[in-house]
Design a protein around this ligand. Structure first.
Ligand code: SAM
Length: 215
C-alpha cells in the first residue's frame, strides 16, 4: 500500500465521528448500542481504502460492518468512499491496530472476521506479524461468538498455504477452500481494491472460510 502524506487526515477524521470512531475503546461491549440494533457484527482487519467493507455494508443491510485500518493516510480514503456512499448506517471505520482488538471488542461481540490481501510478511522472522498467525487467531477467538468464522482472500500462494496450515493446526474447521475464486465467481463476491488489481493481471485469487470449534 503506497502511503501518501495527507496532513489534513486527522482533521478530516475528526469531522466525521459518526462514521470514523475516534475512541473505539469506549465502545467495547457497546457496539450493538452504537449500531442501534442486535444484528451480527462482522469486522475486516486491514481494510485498506475500504472498497470491500463498504460494498459489503451496502449489499447486506442486515449485517453491521466495522473496517479496521491502522494508517491515517489509508483509512481517510475509506472515509471518503463511505461519505460518497452516504454513510451506510450499518458501517463504522476504525483507525486502529488489529494487534489490540481485545481492547475494543468484548468477548463474543463479533460473528465474523474478514482478512483480505493481508500483508504477507514473507520473512520467517516476521511470521508473527501475519494476520493468520496463531497469535492473531487467539485474538479473534477472544472476541468471536462460538462458531465464529474467518473469511480470507489473497493473491499470495505462500501466505495462503501458510494460513491453511496455521488455521488447521489451531483446530479450526475449513468450511471452503478455493484456489481460483474468479474461475467460478460467486454472485455475492465483493471485490477488494487489491483483488481487482491482481485479478486484472490474470493472477488467481485464493479464498478460504474457516470456523472455530468448541474446545
Ligand atoms: N484489504 C485491502 C484490499 O484487499 O484491497 C487492503 C490490502 S493491503 C495489502 C493491507 C492493509 O492492511 C494495509 O492497508 C495495512 O495498513 C493494513 N494492516 C496491516 N496490518 C494491520 C493491522 N495489524 N491492523 C490494522 N490494519 C493493518
Amino acid at each position: 500500500m503506497r502511503l501518501r502524506n495527507k496532513p489534513w487526515a486527522k482533521d478530516f477524521m475528526a469531522e466525521h465521528p459518526d462514521m470514523l470512531i475516534v475512541n473505539p475503546e469506549d465502545k467495547k461491549g457497546l457496539w450493538a448500542k452504537e449500531f442501534g440494533n442486535d444484528a451480527p457484527i462482522h469486522i475486516e482487519v486491514g481494510t485498506g481504502k475500504g472498497q470491500f467493507v463498504i460494498g459489503m455494508a451496502l449489499a447486506n443491510p442486515s449485517v453491521n460492518y466495522i473496517g479496521i485500518e491502522h494508517f491515517d493516510n489509508v483509512i481517510v480514503s475509506a472515509l471518503e468512499k463511505a461519505i460518497e456512499s452516504e454513510k451506510p448506517a450499518n458501517l463504522r471505520l476504525l483507525r486502529f491496530n488489529g494487534e489490540n482488538l481485545e481492547s475494543v471488542f468484548a468477548e463474543e461481540e463479533i460473528e465474523r472476521v474478514y482478512l483480505n490481501f493481508s500483508d504477507p510478511w514473507p520473512k520467517s522472522r516476521h511470521e508473527k506479524r501475519r494476520l493468520t498467525h496463531a497469535r492473531f487467531l487467539k485474538k479473534y477467538e477472544g472476541i468471536l461468538k462460538p462458531g465464529g468464522e474467518i473469511h480470507f482472500k489473497t493473491d499470495n500462494r505462500s501466505l495462503f498455504e501458510y494460513s491453511l496450515i496455521s488455521l488447521t493446526n489451531y483446530g479450526m474447521k475449513l468450511l471452503s477452500v478455493s484456489l481460483d475464486l474468479h474461475a467460478n465467481m460467486p454472485e455475492d463476491n465483493v471485490l477488494t481494491e487489491y483483488e481487482e488489481k491482481f485479478s486484472s493481471k490474470g493472477q488467481p485469487i485464493y479464498r478460504l472460510e474457516a470456523q472455530y470449534q468448541a474446545k
